[in-house]
Design a protein around this ligand. Structure first.
Ligand code: NFA
Length: 100
């Protein structure tokens, strides 16, 4: 019996959209404003103006989204930023949260 085999010549590759994670800066009463700005500039590559705005929003509202990244990047930057505060004895805290 003859068989007819149809071969697919193209396979469409669908890339999954990577899940995104927010890095959030939490306010505290002890970390100096300028130190927070320095961490935002150093770890998150912000300009002075961007960093100052994020710091002030966290100071006024209790928390501020710093940026959104893929999971590994968000967690690595959160750890690095928390380590900088801890190294100076400040309670400065960043957290990572899955974006909706
Ligand atoms: N609230 C801190 C202060 O008045 C500044 C600060 C802002 C700390 C944002 C942490 C996060 N020195």
């Amino acid at each position: 019996m003859d068989q007819i085999v149809e071969r697919r010549t193209r396979t469409r590759v669908r890339a999954e959209r990577p899940k995104l994670y927010k890095v959030i800066l939490l306010n505290d009463d002890f970390t100096p404003r300028a130190f927070v700005v320095g961490v935002l500039k150093g770890v998150f590559r912000m300009t002075e103006g961007e960093a100052y705005g994020v710091m002030l929003t966290a100071h006024r509202r209790g928390a501020c989204v710093v940026a959104v990244y893929t999971r590994e990047v968000a967690e690595t930057k959160t750890r690095a930023a928390n380590a900088r505060g801890r190294a100076e004895g400040y309670p400065l805290a960043f957290t990572t949260e899955r974006e909706s």
